[in-house]
Design a protein around this ligand. Structure first.
Ligand SMILES: Cc1cc2nc3c(=O)[nH]c(=O)nc-3n(C[C@H](O)[C@H](O)[C@H](O)COP(=O)(O)OP(=O)(O)OC[C@H]3O[C@@H](n4cnc5c(N)ncnc54)[C@H](O)[C@@H]3O)c2cc1C
Length: 384
């Protein structure tokens, strides 16, 4: 759903310009230094990128899912690390509070998230609980008006920067499944939190993940999201469902960028006396990529519109994330092929994108988990 086409077009234009003029030229520096420069972070905050999804009443831009997808198509056209910096705050880190939080929780935290004053992380994964997230072992034991949290969370994006964590922990030790899990808002300054060393990753330099360790960490009971125990896994799944459309849209943007770079190279690079773009075998790689990017774009927009219309999009969100992330991997692979040896060495940035996009098939539910979600939904619906 697009609320006001003129305002959205103006915003999309400014994001497109920002990506082209500020982010693309900084890609190599970010990859070399593993840091996003402070002035770029400040500009991102000033543009409202940290508040894209927070309602206007809390100081954000309140984008609909369709509008968010269109913005992510633009943001995807550069190194994914830039998106990652605000991605957890507009997505998985804040949406639990927005979707299921109490009015007091929303009033307290959403304005600080929208301005970028607080960066939010989403802490679900553990060393022994990845795809099987419902088996998580981190505990939150009620003691008076606090919960005592113990456990380790793994691969938490933006943990080194986060001002708050949306944490999933087990409040009912007798229930080992999803129903024993609750969601909490945990402020970084709470005693008992240690952030591990940033992980050394395959790609997306400039974006950081780390372990978050909770040792007798006392979280106020008022920070139980929604004020009700046992709802945390459901909250996490609602958050991830929306996140999957967001990731699909980013995959479309990055794939479009890689394809554009590959096309420009193919039209310029000459072999056998002619541009390699004239060779039909190269054209096949270009055409297959174009077709797949277009399909993923249509899927992301359709799922976003359906979500805006209030439909249950569990299946569509997983279809989008599965197809778009796998498509992005195939386009990256073809782009490296079109660049030939130059695609394998670091000069053109294509090998960097190839490594960067590998993550999209893994986080927010691996491709296999998306397949399971889709097939389980199909079977459940056929049973009724
Ligand atoms: C850079 C990065 C950032 C991340 N950011 C966050 C974050 O901010 N917050 C957070 O909570 N988590 C985060 N994660 C964690 C991420 O979501 C998990 O890594 C992912 O869900 C997979 O879990 P796992 O690594 O434990 O793999 P596993 O679950 O051990 O899976 C290993 C393999 O087995 C397959 N598999 C597992 N179960 C099944 C099954 N039932 N059927 C078929 N195949 C199966 C998987 O598909 C995969 O191929 C991040 C991870 C990375 C690498």
């Amino acid at each position: 759903m697009i609320r006001d086409p003129d305002t959205l077009t103006a915003f999309l234009d400014s994001v497109r310009r920002f990506v082209k003029e500020r982010l693309v030229p900084a890609e190599n520096t970010v990859a070399e230094t593993d840091e996003i420069p402070d002035d770029i972070v400040a500009d991102m905050k000033a543009m409202g990128l940290f508040g894209l999804t927070v309602p206007e009443s809390y100081g954000g831009l309140g984008l609909t899912m369709e509008e968010e997808a269109l913005v992510m198509f633009e943001m995807g056209r550069t190194s994914p690390a830039f998106r990652s910096l605000f991605g957890t705050t507009v997505g998985i880190g804040s949406q639990g509070i927005l979707i299921d939080g109490t009015p007091a929780q929303k009033d307290k935290y959403l304005p600080m998230l929208a301005s970028g004053e607080l960066i939010a992380s989403f802490a679900l994964t553990e060393p022994e609980a990845g795809s099987d997230a419902a088996s998580l072992r981190t505990t939150a034991r009620r003691e008076g008006d606090h919960y005592i949290v113990n456990g380790t969370k793994r691969f938490i994006t933006n943990a080194p920067l986060a001002g708050l964590f949306t944490l999933m922990a087990r409040t009912d030790p007798s229930n080992k499944g999803a129903g024993g899990v609750s969601a909490f808002i945990v402020e970084r300054g709470t005693p008992g939190i240690t952030i591990g060393k940033p992980d050394k990753k395959m790609g997306q330099r400039g974006a950081h993940t780390a372990d978050v360790i909770f040792e007798n960490c006392r979280v106020p009971a008022a920070n139980l999201i929604g004020g009700k125990e046992g709802m945390g896994f459901k909250t996490a799944m609602k958050v991830l469902e929306k996140g999957r459309i967001h990731i699909a849209a980013i995959c479309v943007g990055v794939a479009e960028r890689m394809l554009e770079d590959a096309l420009a190279y193919a039209m310029e690079r000459k072999q056998f006396g002619q541009p390699i773009a004239e060779f039909q075998l190269v054209q096949a790689m270009l055409a297959d990529s174009k077709m797949e990017v277009y399909a993923a774009r249509c899927m992301a927009i359709d799922a976003a519109r359906r979500r805006d219309n209030g439909e249950n999009v569990s299946t569509e969100a997983s279809c989008c994330k599965l197809f778009a992330s796998e498509m992005c991997g195939r386009v990256a692979d073809r782009a490296v092929q079109i660049f030939g040896g130059s695609g394998y060495v670091a000069d053109h940035g294509i090998e960097r994108f190839y490594r960067d996009v590998r993550l999209f098939r893994i986080y927010e539910g691996t491709s296999q988990i998306q397949q399971l979600v889709i097939a389980r939904n199909m079977i459940r619906e056929a049973d009724h």
